[in-house]
Every structure is written in structure tokens, then in C-alpha cells.
Write a protein that binds this ligand. Structure first.
Ligand code: FPP
Length: 246
């Protein structure tokens, strides 16, 4: 695992003919972005939701196959109730608009995490957008919602043990296990990006990121831009990936 903390400012030179298949992003720094402007944290999340739109559209435009974003973790319920409901409200609004726009925009949505505990309105929007997504090809955006990697791994372990005990699988292989994660069937992320200056994974894609390149930047998520995506991809393209080999 290689760590990189970006400080220098260098424009990205992306080879668009050799893009990664899957980029994952920890959308961090909304609260600090708002604080710096004397605004409530919820204003930071609203700005962060706009950045998400811009970045998802850009990833689709350049032909990325998979984008995975960390929108709400299993631990985020500990935040003040008004902040939680503001984030849920932003997600509702995004999904409500997505129902009309996603076919045209060619962005398909999937959700990683236990969505059964979310509001009935949000669950209905998740079903509707998932249904629409099943019918066409396009950039797949995986929204991690009430997601935690440990929870994901534990669920997959339980399911795998059951499948093994029931004789449904002859042996428990990495491939059989990975199939039971929320990300089953999707290639592992080539690149995990964390804006906001922190250098940790915070319970995000712990299994899937085993060989991902990790890119950190001090830019706060609401200030993140297409250029920052280019920089991260250009950086990835300069890495030599060995997957444990020589
Ligand atoms: C982390 O920043 C961000 C979150 C916990 C919420 C992310 C949610 C959104 C971007 C909005 C909704 C998303 C979609 C997909 C429409 P933080 O609050 O921890 O920031 P801080 O570290 O500066 O306090």
C-alpha cells in the first residue's frame, strides 16, 4: 500500500486512453468548509452535494466505469439530529431529481450499505433509481449509505458461513467471499481519493482497497473540482502497481 499526500500544485496530464476502471472517494471536509465561511455545517453538506454532482458527471463524461462515494457511514448517526436530517434531505433531493435525469445523464446508481433503516421516502427513491439503473448502460455510481466496511465484511462472513454449511459452495474462496460484499461483481477500486487533509480510510472499502492507490489532498470536498480528479488520475498513471509482486 503506497501513501501519498499531495501538497505541490501540478496540473494533471491524464492519459484518457488508459483510465482506471474504478475510483472511490471519501467526501470529507464539508464541515470545515462551512466553518471557514461562518456558515452552518449543513451548508457545507449542501455544497458537498453539488460537488458530488459535478464530479459524478465528469467521471461519466470521461468514460469512467465505476465511481464509489462515501455519503453516510454507520458511525455518522452519532452526529446531531439536525445534521443527519440535513444530509438525508440532500440525498432525497438528489435521488428525486435523478429519477428524471439519470437516463439522459447516463449515470446509473447503486447503493452499498443497509438502507432498510432509512426513511420510507428515501427507500422508495432508492428502489426507483435502482430499478431505472438496471435497464441501461452507463457510468455506475455506488453511493455508500449507512455503510461501514466492518459491517459489510461481517455480513459477508455470516452469509459465507451459511452458504458453506448449506453445501451451496464447496469451499470459501476470496472470490466467493467478495461476491457477498455490497460490491459483489464490481472490480476493486484502482484509486481511493480522500480530500480534507486526513490520511485514513475511516471504515471505507477495507477489503476492496487492499491494492488500491491512496491519494490524499488538503482540498476540502466542496472545493474539489474536475481538475483535482485529473490530478489524481494523472498521479495514479505515474504509479507502478505491483499487487505484491516484484
Ligand atoms: C464528511 O464531511 C461528509 C459527510 C459525512 C457527508 C457527505 C454528504 C454529502 C456530500 C451530501 C449528500 C451526498 C450526496 C451523494 C447527494 P465532514 O462533515 O466530516 O467534514 P469535516 O471533517 O470538515 O467536519
Amino acid at each position: 500500500m503506497r501513501l501519498f499526500h499531495r501538497t505541490e500544485k501540478r496540473a494533471g496530464e491524464v492519459d484518457f486512453g488508459n483510465l482506471p476502471r474504478h475510483i472511490a472517494i471519501i467526501m470529507d471536509g464539508n464541515g470545515r468548509w462551512a466553518k471557514k465561511r461562518g456558515l452552518p455545517r449543513t451548508a457545507g453538506h449542501a455544497a458537498g452535494a453539488e460537488t458530488f454532482r459535478t464530479v459524478a458527471t465528469y467521471c461519466k463524461d470521461i468514460g469512467l466505469e465505476y465511481l464509489t462515494v462515501y455519503a453516510f457511514s454507520t458511525e455518522n448517526w452519532k452526529r446531531p439530529a439536525d445534521e443527519v436530517s440535513a444530509i438525508m434531505g440532500l440525498l432525497e433531493r438528489y435521488l428525486y431529481e435523478a429519477v428524471d435525469r439519470m437516463e439522459r445523464d447516463k449515470v446509473k446508481l447503486r447503493f452499498f450499505g443497509d438502507t432498510s433503516v432509512l426513511s420510507p421516502k428515501l427507500r422508495a427513491l432508492i428502489s426507483r433509481t435502482s430499478e431505472i439503473s438496471a435497464h441501461y448502460a452507463g457510468c455506475q455510481v455506488n453511493v455508500c449509505l449507512n455503510y461501514g466496511a466492518r459491517d459489510e465484511i461481517l455480513r459477508a462472513a455470516r452469509e459465507s458461513a451459511e452458504a458453506l454449511a448449506a453445501g451451496e459452495i464447496p469451499a470459501l474462496t476470496e472470490a466467493e467471499f467478495a461476491q457477498r460484499l455490497w460490491s459483489g461483481g464490481i472490480p476493486d477500486p484502482d484509486l481511493v481519493i480522500r480530500p480534507g487533509g486526513e490520511m485514513r480510510l475511516s471504515n471505507f472499502l477495507l477489503w476492496q482497497a487492499a491494492y488500491s492507490e491512496l491519494y490524499f489532498t488538503d482540498t476540502l470536498w466542496p472545493d474539489f473540482s474536475k481538475l483535482e480528479i485529473d490530478r489524481a488520475i494523472a498521479w495514479l498513471q505515474r504509479r507502478e502497481r505491483r499487487y505484491g509482486g516484484a
